[in-house]
Design a protein around this ligand. Structure first.
Ligand SMILES: CC(C)(COP(=O)(O)OP(=O)(O)OC[C@H]1O[C@@H](n2cnc3c(N)ncnc32)[C@H](O)[C@@H]1OP(=O)(O)O)[C@@H](O)C(=O)NCCC(=O)NCCS
Length: 414
């Protein structure tokens, strides 16, 4: 059977997805073992794809795709700034068509388009740990889970401050959007959220229809500085003590962070609050008189990053020290291949140029992706044989150059 990659723009006609979008959604949901969406869910999913790119692999005799991929343009925080990124998701292959190169065909096509568009990096999250390195993606950000035992939690700072306000779904995004936009600057790897993704966050989308609550915290001047979205993961009916799940928590000030957690810890009928997608540097245990009220799991891999344009990607971030270092990068797909001089003498505008100079360090594109946000120490990669030093101390120089002011994290599930 012959097949071809086709691109389509998701489309709604009178509130329902058009035929191509509908077959694409069904194929993607089936590949992820998801539920068969009804008309209302189909409309919600299709609306959440507005402005995004859908790709499918189609066999000549079939109008339903046998493989899917979705991508969109996003802004990603990098140390000292942000970079345009190709966010990739929904890669799924029909169970009968695996291991025939369909994932490869879709991804290669998508990355080629991102390169043509001048997008410096691509990013994705993965269901499995060994899939994407072969395509030049390096693990760049992690997440971990936190569980707060609310009955044991005592806050060092006893008196609540500010004001909490419940947000209804229609008023949620206008309040939460500006907060997330400020909060995400602290974590390299964080992305902006599209309007439909706000809707999915507050409603639970198609995978989770249990009710969600959104609470914003405002300081004494009335300015909202943080929000949390949570829902019931396990009711109190059986045990007398419910478990809540945090779906997102963004705080722009230490005070808003503390008061949002105080709110979660103070809810009646609740014994535990879990957050599956916390950053590695959550201050929560330090707010409490007994850090054992918080337990954690992980870390787990979260964000995989692929550099497509070395000068644009390295030029988009800032570096804490001045140096000039030459990196040789190997890339089987050639996007990042070459010998590159990174010169940070001008800290505002780092210069990244192709060079014939002898390299100080050598690595593959995936290793460069791992280093880019500053979450991995190049000396560790050197010890693992993933990076070669050609001048003494080069990995240490690279570590000082790439050090980031914040811990890489991507708070958005995509
Ligand atoms: C994972 C999945 C997308 C792979 O699709 P596929 O079409 O079988 O992959 P391809 O045939 O294009 O394989 C591409 C490469 O990845 C490798 N690969 C594929 N699936 C793999 C797996 N599960 N684990 C490790 N390697 C895998 C192949 O061996 C091949 O390697 P090579 O090119 O170096 O020889 C598919 O099995 C699937 O839909 N799984 C369920 C949904 C899912 O988990 N999607 C991934 C979302 S991040």
């Amino acid at each position: 059977m012959t097949w071809q990659v086709h691109r389509l723009a998701p489309a709604l006609a009178e509130g329902a997805p058009d035929a191509d979008t509908a077959t694409w959604i069904r194929a993607m949901m089936a590949a992820f073992l998801g539920p068969r969406p009804g008309p209302e869910e189909m409309a919600t999913i299709a609306a959440s794809f507005a402005g995004q790119r859908l790709r499918g692999v189609y066999e000549t005799a079939d109008t339903s795709p046998v493989a899917t991929l979705r991508s969109w343009d996003t802004a990603m925080t990098v140390p000292g700034g942000e970079v345009a990124a190709d966010a990739i998701s929904s890669i799924g292959v029909r169970a009968t068509h695996r291991r025939r190169g369909l994932l490869r065909a879709l991804l290669v096509d998508d990355l080629a388009e991102a390169v043509r568009a001048g997008t410096p990096v691509a990013a994705l999250t993965s269901t499995q740990g060994s899939l994407y390195e072969r395509f030049g993606f390096g693990l760049a950000a992690w997440t971990r889970s936190l569980t707060l035992d609310t009955r044991a939690a005592r806050f060092r700072d006893a008196a609540p401050t500010g004001r909490l306000r419940m947000l209804d779904p229609s008023g949620f995004a206008p309040v939460a959007g500006p907060i997330q936009d400020r909060a995400r600057r602290r974590h390299p790897g964080s992305m902006d959220r599209s309007a439909p993704s706000w809707h999915a966050l507050i409603t639970g989308g198609v995978y989770d229809s249990s009710p969600r609550s959104a609470v914003a915290w405002a300081d004494a001047t009335g300015r909202p500085a943080g929000y949390v979205v949570y829902g019931v993961a396990e009711s109190w009916w059986g045990t007398g003590s419910a478990t809540l799940a945090v779906h997102d928590l963004q705080a722009t000030t230490p005070e808003s962070y503390r008061e949002l957690w105080r709110h979660l810890a103070s809810l009646d009928l609740v014994g535990e609050v879990g957050w599956a997608n916390a950053s590695l540097d959550e201050p929560l245990p330090w707010l409490l008189t007994d850090h054992r009220a918080v337990s954690s799991g992980g870390p787990r891999d979260m964000l995989w990053l692929r550099v497509l344009d070395v000068p644009a990607a390295l030029g988009a971030r800032r570096y804490p020290v001045t140096d000039r270092i030459v990196l040789r990068v190997h890339d089987p797909d050639r996007h990042a291949s070459g010998c590159w001089a990174l010169d940070t003498t001008d800290q505002v505008t780092p210069a990244v140029t192709a060079t014939t100079d002898t390299p100080d360090v050598e690595m593959d594109a995936a290793a460069l992706g791992s280093l880019y946000l500053g979450g991995v120490d190049p000396r560790v990669l050197a010890r693992a044989g993933r990076l070669s030093e050609h001048s003494p101390g080069a990995a240490g120089r690279l570590a000082r150059l790439f050090a980031a002011p914040g811990v890489p994290w991507n708070g958005i599930r995509f």
